[in-house]
Design a protein around this ligand. Structure first.
Ligand code: GLN
Length: 483
């Protein structure tokens, strides 16, 4: 049962081959048995899951249908869940029970999904290895000595290990696409504003976007359908109709113009990954796509710009965690200042503290123009590069990451080395564009992802390309040994 995709589960439930309750009990047992190896969950919500599964079965019995009705999923632990711990991977929020559901959570619950639990993540979504979680590192099911990527490493590892078919995740600089690449999944970061951020604990508000992690493009379409849409509670949510994503999957790729940026194939890219990307290009050419070389000349400035803007926004967003209103409070504070400094000093881990300091520095008087404003100008140049490129091509293709998943601990002493691994993903966040990563092969037994980017609101086009690719390749069907 655990090998089924969301689409297969929907068919099985509709044909009464099994009930949502049976499936939920099977997956909860599998999580209990296997999760200790990978640590992908922070909280399990068995009682809620069984109640939701029974309710979904009752809805189906009374004639209701729906692709997500009775489908088991999990939420990254930065989506607020009413009455359930929402920790954001931090000691700061270990005791925080959200007083409301995030819009994504309530929309998916209304569609009939079953929440098995809350998944592990880098603290406050800062990281690309899932090692900064207060709840311990997540292990990659493909090789338990390697990281699963981050920050949505728990969602990715759980889906890759077949503990559940799909999960929610968020992407500020790559946190859906990079763990998808590292664990052989399909992951989609939607256009900024496509999915409501209400109830998603903010890291960098102008970059954060929720989206699906699943094994196939077909399943990403199903989960995105349940997540996307205008939300008056999020002032940056965009009031655009949500297309039928599943209906977009079967378009022909004949004549599709794929742009391949020459800057993507520089010295930093593992040549074995470059070979796999070229193989994926050949596959898409066979399906009728036309390849064009393009240029994104400002790409080299994106990492420094991102690592100013994201920490600047984080330093502001995280000022609410002061020991007074939310979460952790230090013991016996002497006075108010002691309360603030010790609560924050003890509640936040070192990567979060580093970013708050970098961000506060970049925003401070005298440095604002030199760092923050400059970074915003680069952001515009990066966006303009894409706008120019999309005059000539329909999608942009390249590697998701320059290297496969590294060993646990390998980059802990050098944060900049980890930041450099985000080179292919963060440009989409700076520009607000949709991006997808899909499986494209293996290097030393570790999965490799190919990334596709499209113009604003063209999630359907990305899913179409990925689905057609997946109908003609079998990388995405490979399963890690032992799971
Ligand atoms: N690795 C990036 C960072 O640490 C991206 C994280 C994310 O997308 N949440 O900021």
């Amino acid at each position: 049962m655990h090998h089924m995709t969301l689409a297969e589960i929907a068919r099985g439930l509709a044909d009464k081959k099994f009930s949502s309750e049976e499936l939920t009990r099977t997956l909860l047992a599998r999580i209990a048995q296997l999760d200790p190896q990978i640590n992908s969950f922070i909280s399990l919500t068995e009682d809620l899951a069984l109640a939701q599964a029974k309710a979904a079965d009752a809805r189906r019995a009374s004639g209701e249908s729906g692709a997500l009705l009775g489908a088991p999923i999990a939420h990254k632990d930065l989506f607020c869940t009413l009455g359930i711990r929402t920790s954001c991977g931090s000691k700061m929020l270990d005791n925080f029970k959200a007083p409301y559901d995030a819009t994504v959570v309530s929309k998916l619950a209304a569609a009939g999904t079953v929440t098995l639990g809350k998944t592990n993540m880098d603290e406050f979504a800062m990281g690309s290895a899932n090692e900064s979680s207060w709840y311990g590192a997540v292990k990659n099911p493909w090789n338990l000595e390697h990281v699963p990527g981050g920050s949505s490493g728990g969602s990715a590892a759980a889906v890759a290990a077949r503990l559940l078919p799909a999960a929610t995740a968020t992407d500020t600089g790559g946190s859906i696409r990079q763990p998808a690449a590292f664990t052989n999944l399909t992951g989609l970061k939607p256009t900024y504003g496509r999915v409501s951020r209400w109830g998603m604990i903010a890291y960098a508000s102008s970059l954060d976007q929720g989206g699906p992690l699943a094994r196939t493009a077909e399943d990403c379409a199903l989960l995105l359908q349940g997540m996307a849409g205008f939300d008056p509670n999020d002032s940056t949510s965009i009031d655009e109709p949500v297309p039928d994503y599943s209906a977009s999957l079967n378009g022909s790729l004949q004549g599709l113009r794929i742009g391949v940026p020459k800057e993507y194939f520089s010295a930093g890219l593992d040549p074995r990954i470059a070979d796999l990307i070229h193989a994926s290009i050949k596959e898409l050419e066979k399906l009728g796509a036309v390849i064009k070389q393009i240029s994104l000349p400002n790409m080299q400035h994106a990492i420094p710009a991102y690592y100013v803007i994201a920490p600047a926004e984080a330093s502001s967003n995280l000022s609410r965690f002061d020991g007074v209103r939310f979460g952790y409070r230090c013991e016996n504070p002497r006075d108010l200042e002691d309360l603030y400094t010790r609560s924050r000093g003890e509640g936040f881990g070192s990567e979060v503290q580093r970013r708050i300091m970098v961000g506060a520095y970049a925003l401070s008087a005298g440095y604002y123009d030199a760092y923050y404003l400059k970074a915003q100008k680069i952001r515009r140049l990066v966006k303009n590069d894409f706008m120019n490129a999309f005059e000539e091509v329909d999608v942009i293709l390249g590697p998701t990451t320059p290297n496969p998943a590294w060993k646990l601990g390998a980059k802990n002493s050098d944060p900049v080395a980890a930041y450099l691994e985000d080179v292919y993903t963060i440009t989409a966040n700076l520009a607000g564009l949709p991006g997808l990563s899909m499986p494209a092969g293996f290097v030393d037994g570790l999965p490799v992802g190919v990334q596709l980017l499209a113009p604003y609101f063209q999630e359907g086009r990305l899913l179409n390309v990925a689905h057609q690719y997946q109908l003609n390749t079998d990388w995405h069907t490979r399963t890690p040994t032992g799971f």
